[in-house]
Write a new protein. Structure first.
Length: 234
């Protein structure tokens, strides 16, 4: 059965009659948005590029390297032991040079070229096969009283001179013999001050020919330590 649309309302002479109910109002027509294929393609390309960037970032951060770390203090010249070393897995920048875990065994038994601190990465340049005590040298321990210890901290490898001073009542040597009362040496290790006395024992490496004389000075407490300037006597 066909139906006719109701008029908008009573009309008299072409003019709507007021006070009369109006008929249903047709909804406005909404035109469909026109799709833009170019814009859609650009959006998809941006999404794909962003996803690729995230993948690259994840891969980079996920790549970790097993490296050797230092677990306790190691002084210059000391032999590196297995207990001094640990391991860590980190994202390593190519510019940072560190000893890999696979090379750990090659490091053990070598000497520290610099002072090693706990928690730091071990670099190849911090390790050396050269000992502070060289061929033809001997180590002599020298005890220094608190007033004889230099204010500057003594470090392994530091060049020093051991000077013989006359004992009380002993005549000073002649000027031309004073050169015989100085022994060039190198610090191997400086200990801590002894409780109560404050005496610091310093191991020095001296030529084998000078070591007995130096030991005699130490025994008679007639030796003093003098720091050499950088680049001084070897």
């Amino acid at each position: 059965m066909k139906t006719k649309d109701r008029a908008a309302g009573p009309v008299a002479n072409g003019v709507p009659v007021p006070g009369q109910p109006a008929g249903p109002v047709a909804p406005p027509r909404v035109s469909a948005r026109r799709r833009r294929p170019g814009l859609i393609a650009l959006s998809l390309a941006l999404i794909a590029a962003g996803g690729a960037g995230v993948v690259v970032l994840v891969l980079q951060t996920g790549h970790r390297t097993q490296v050797v770390t230092v677990t306790r203090d190691v002084q210059v010249g000391e032999v590196i032991t297995e207990a001094d070393l640990g391991e860590a897995s980190i994202s390593l920048d190519p510019a940072v040079k560190a000893v890999k875990v696979g090379d750990r065994d090659a490091v053990i038994g070598k000497h520290a070229a610099v002072e090693l601190r706990p928690g730091s990465l071990l670099a190849p340049s911090q390790v050396t096969s050269r000992s502070l005590v060289r061929a033809g040298e001997q180590v002599v321990p020298v005890g220094l009283k608190p007033e004889e210890v230099p204010a500057s901290a003594l470090a392994p490898g530091q060049k020093v001179r051991l000077v013989h001073v006359p004992a009380q009542g002993e005549e000073a040597p002649a000027k031309d013999a004073q050169t015989q009362d100085v022994v060039a040496a190198r610090v191997v290790k400086a200990g801590d001050a002894a409780p109560g006395t404050g005496v610091v024992v310093v191991d020095v490496a001296a030529k084998a020919g000078d070591a007995p004389r130096l030991a005699a000075w130490v025994a008679s407490d007639t030796v003093r330590l003098v720091l050499d300037a950088p680049g001084g006597t070897k």
